[in-house]
Design a protein around this ligand. Structure first.
Ligand code: SAH
Length: 244
């Protein structure tokens, strides 16, 4: 019996942004694992077992999914957006490092539309020139590292996409990040708050960093800080293709 493990991205929220490849994998799955709010996006049907789990259970989820796949099941692990962006694909490979007996399992990673691309499309083209993405959660890395990356990204004049900007357990991180960017001289840069992009609760706001308030973001917000040339045209925000 050969099972398989597929790590799939469900996109930012809208059904239409789930790729046909991911839809096919879900239609053929016997088991779907993932964080509860993502697993509920997969319609229940006969022959499919859903395995929702808690946010912090990534390592455990990866091992459980690999075990079922090794027993012959067609297992899909879902992430929101893209599974390789601050999500389950790395968690699976971390678990695989400790499990040599599973190294020959057939594993596929299916891409999805990550939040920053969906947010950028709504705003215009703020990622149209060089950019970087930073996960503001310091659950798995020291705050010192985040601070250094923010400072250097500002110095290099990247547009910056911030994932996981704020949470109940980390209410002050975004304010600290804004402070670092202000000190780096980015006060005039445009900040975009993209809340629940491509869902019914979508809300996009933009203003200069000097006027931005961290409380404008929550766990469902993707924050984009433009580069020094990012500008407005009509109701759009875009980064010109030439650098200064
Ligand atoms: N793998 C996901 C990211 C997981 S980290 C992806 O590729 O999009 C979770 C963070 O992603 C959230 O805190 C938020 O910053 C961002 N995010 C995910 N979906 C979003 C959406 N629909 N709108 C805005 N931000 C979103």
């Amino acid at each position: 019996m050969t099972g398989s493990l597929t790590i799939a991205g469900l996109g930012p929220g809208a059904e239409a942004l789930i790729t046909p490849e991911v839809s096919t994998a879900l239609a053929e799955a016997t088991d779907v694992f993932g964080y509860g709010p993502y697993v509920v996006r997969v319609p229940a049907r006969e022959g499919l077992t859903l395995h929702p789990s808690d946010n912090r259970q990534e390592a455990r989820r990866a091992v459980d999914a690999m075990r079922l796949a090794s027993e012959g099941r067609s297992v899909v692990i879902v992430s929101s957006g893209d599974p390789g962006v601050f999500a389950m694909a790395s968690a699976v490979f971390e678990a695989l490092e400790d499990a040599p007996h599973w190294h020959s399992l057939p594993i596929r990673v299916l891409p999805g539309v990550t939040a920053m691309l969906a947010a950028a499309a709504r705003a215009g083209a703020p990622l149209g020139h060089d950019f970087c993405a930073i996960n503001l959660s310091d659950n798995l890395k020291p705050w010192k590292t985040i601070e250094k990356r923010l400072r250097l990204a500002a110095e290099a004049d990247f547009a910056i996409a911030l994932y996981n900007p704020r949470s109940v357990s980390r209410p002050d991180d975004l304010a600290r990040a804004f402070e670092i960017l202000m000190q780096a001289g980015c006060g005039a840069r445009i900040v975009i708050f993209a809340h629940a992009v491509m869902t019914a609760e979508e809300r996009i706001t933009s203003l200069p960093l000097s006027e931005a308030i961290a409380e404008m973001a929550d766990m469902r917000t993707l924050v984009i800080i433009g580069n020094s040339l990012t500008r407005r045209v009509g109701s759009w925000i875009y980064a010109p293709r030439r650098a200064s």
